[in-house]
Each structure stands twice: as structure tokens, then as C-alpha cells.
Design a binder for this molecule. Structure first.
Ligand SMILES: *Cc1c(COP(=O)(O)O)cnc(C)c1O
Length: 352
């Protein structure tokens, strides 16, 4: 079997997706399945659709284009605010996008009219995490301009927290979003179909509140794939946290000193690391490195530990285990490791 590889358990992903659809659905919240961490992989996308998810959301147009090309039929939402230079392609490719810039909306409108389509728009509201979104005070001005445009239709408001600033989507933030939505509907005499409250970080808010206000949508990636919420990275009860595993092959096992010997300068990464002298030890090398995976996101499943890594090698301490060249070792992965592994063309993707 090819190494390194990421083993992807579609049954576990399906279970997680269905459980989250049911959980949030119990209080009127629909799930958009976020496919960016899996680079829009079409078998995984199809699994999400078979599990009760109707909308697929991705931050990259390339992934949406690929999913469509591979026959995935869904509503597609572009998560990252469109680049002005992409607007024609966005209108051609995505049914809906998250937006915050009127210049971009004008351009989307222009191309939607040219193509004879209506592009749906969710306006993002900044509630403190300081990534995308209009400050609440600036919202009405943009909505006034947006409603005057043809070819684009305002279908909802959204917010995104816990991504850049680590701001928690708590009851205060979610009530704020609901009240902004309520006053927007009233002021402009419109009905907003979607109030999108956030991402996998919204789990605690949902669990600890009996009312969700007007929030009726969440965009979920990590909790579907890795089975956890993202404020404390605690597992969500009943979900699988091991739907993905990394497998890498041992290419060298040797008894060596634990501390580098010779006069020392920088290593390949430009660091000058120091190692404790623990005497002689058995060290193994894996045929995978920083070009393939974000090393900090790996947790060994067996009794080994990572010592260090360079672009194509990870050096491990094999402890007491009797590992040999050609054998494989397994790792649990976090979101950043998942992102990098799915992106690397050197890592094969095995569905199990
Ligand atoms: C990535 C992303 C999400 C999904 O976040 P998860 O933590 O993986 O659930 C939701 N919304 C936006 C705007 C995103 O960029």
C-alpha cells in the first residue's frame, strides 16, 4: 500500500454528519458542510450529501469547480469573500457567497446580469473576531446599496467567530446577530432566509441554550470531520474523532546518540535547536516531512514520539518498540494536519 497515506473512514464521517444534522436540526438549525479541509474531495462531499446535508461550503472556487466537475449536485456556498478579480467565475460557479464589500457586490451584480443568473448573497457582520464582516454600524449603508443592485439577492446575514481572534460565539454574540437580523428585516421590509451563526465553535452555545433566536444555519467543517467542538477542542459525545488517520513508513532505524555531535549552526528550517543528552537511543525516520504535513498536528497512536522533522523526514523515538524498516506507524491528526495532508499531492488518499 502506498505511503504516506491518509486513511479516510467514510462511514465515520457519515455518522458524524448525520448526528450533527440531527442535533442542530432539533432546534431548527440547518448545516452547511464545509469541504475546504478536504479540498473538496468528491467522495467525501458525496458522503456529506448522503448524510442529510444539502449545502456544501468551501472557501476556494477551485474546490467548488472540482466538485461540480465530479458530478456533485448540491447548493454551493463560497465561504471566503470573493476576490474582485474572481467575481465572474464566482457567479458562474457558486450559488451563493459570503460578502462584505460593496465594490465586490457591484461586480458580482454586473456579471450575474451578463450571465442572466441571480447570485445569492449572505452579508457578513463583524461581531468581534476581526476577520471578515461589516461593523454593525456600517451594515445599513451597504444593504441600501445592495438592494439597489440587480442580479444579486440578499438572502441572509452571517457572522464568523473563533477563527482569528478566538472570540467565543456565546449567547451575547448570537443574540446580537439575531437582533441585527430582526432590525434589518424591519427597516428594509425584507425577509432574511438564512441567519448563519458560525462554525464548529458554536457547539457550546447551542448545547447550553434552549433558544437559538433567529439563527437557522451553521457552517460546519471540523466537527464533522474530527468530531470535536473548536473552543476547547473537546470531543462531541457520540461522534468519531478518528475518521482520518495518517500512516507513514519507516525508512531507517538505527541506534544513535540523542544529541547531535559536531560544531553547530542553523538547521534546514533556520532554527538552532538544542537536544537533551539522553544517551544512546533507537531512532527511526519516516518517509514524510514538512512538505506533506503540519507536524505539530500529529499525535502518535502507538508508543512512539516525534523528535524533529525537516522537509521530507520525520525523526521519531521508537521507545521500547521493536519497529523495523518497512513497517508503518499511525498518527491521529488535528485540523491543520488534515488541511496539509489533503493538500499535499505526495500523500495518497485511501477510502476505507
Ligand atoms: C472554515 C470556515 C467555516 C468552518 O469552520 P469549522 O471550524 O471547520 O467548522 C465556517 N465559516 C467560514 C467563513 C469559514 O471560513
Amino acid at each position: 500500500m502506498r505511503s504516506p497515506r491518509i486513511e479516510i473512514n467514510l462511514k465515520k464521517i457519515a455518522h458524524n454528519a448525520r448526528a450533527l444534522v440531527n442535533l442542530y436540526g432539533s432546534n431548527g438549525i440547518k448545516i452547511s458542510g464545509v469541504t475546504k479541509a478536504i479540498c473538496g474531495h468528491s467522495e467525501i462531499a458525496a458522503t456529506l450529501l448522503q448524510s442529510g446535508i444539502k449545502t456544501l461550503a468551501d472557501s476556494r472556487l477551485e474546490n467548488i469547480i472540482n466538485m461540480r466537475k465530479n458530478g456533485i449536485k448540491a447548493q454551493f456556498l463560497l465561504l471566503r469573500g470573493p476576490m474582485l478579480s474572481q467575481t465572474e467565475q464566482v457567479v458562474k460557479t457558486a450559488d451563493c457567497s459570503l460578502n462584505s464589500e460593496i465594490t465586490v457586490l457591484k461586480s458580482l451584480s454586473k456579471f450575474a446580469l451578463k450571465l442572466g443568473v441571480v447570485h445569492q448573497v449572505i452579508l457578513m457582520v463583524e461581531l468581534g473576531d476581526l476577520r471578515e464582516g461589516l461593523m454593525p454600524d456600517d451594515l445599513n449603508k451597504t444593504i441600501t446599496q445592495l438592494l439597489a443592485l440587480k442580479g444579486v439577492k440578499l438572502i441572509g446575514l452571517g457572522t464568523n467567530l473563533a477563527c482569528l481572534g478566538g472570540v467565543i460565539p456565546d449567547e451575547i454574540k448570537m443574540s446580537q446577530l439575531s437582533s441585527i437580523a430582526r432590525s434589518t428585516e424591519k427597516k428594509f421590509g425584507i425577509k432574511l432566509k438564512i441567519i448563519s451563526g458560525g462554525n464548529s465553535a458554536n457547539y457550546q452555545w447551542f448545547k447550553h441554550n434552549t433558544t437559538v433566536g433567529l439563527v437557522n444555519n451553521l457552517r460546519l467543517g471540523e466537527s464533522i470531520f474530527l468530531g470535536c467542538e473548536t473552543i476547547h477542542r473537546k470531543p462531541i459525545p457520540g461522534l468519531f474523532t478518528d475518521a482520518f488517520e495518517l500512516v507513514a513508513e519507516i525508512i531507517e532505524v538505527q541506534q544513535k546518540p540523542s544529541r547531535p555531535f559536531g560544531s553547530k549552526g542553523q538547521n534546514a528550517s533556520g532554527d538552532t535547536p538544542s537536544f537533551k543528552d539522553r544517551g544512546a537511543m533507537k531512532r527511526a525516520i519516516l518517509g514524510i516531512g514538512q512538505q506533506d504535513v503540519n507536524i505539530t498536528g500529529l499525535t502518535p497512536i502507538s508508543d512512539i514520539s516525534i523528535i524533529a522533522a525537516s522537509s521530507d523526514h520525520i525523526v521519531i523515538d521508537v521507545h521500547e518498540s521493536n519497529l523495523k524498516v518497512g513497517q508503518e506507524v499511525r498518527f491521529q491528526i488535528n485540523y491543520n494536519a488534515l488541511l496539509s495532508l489533503m493538500t499535499s499531492s505526495y500523500v495518497s488518499k485511501l477510502m476505507i
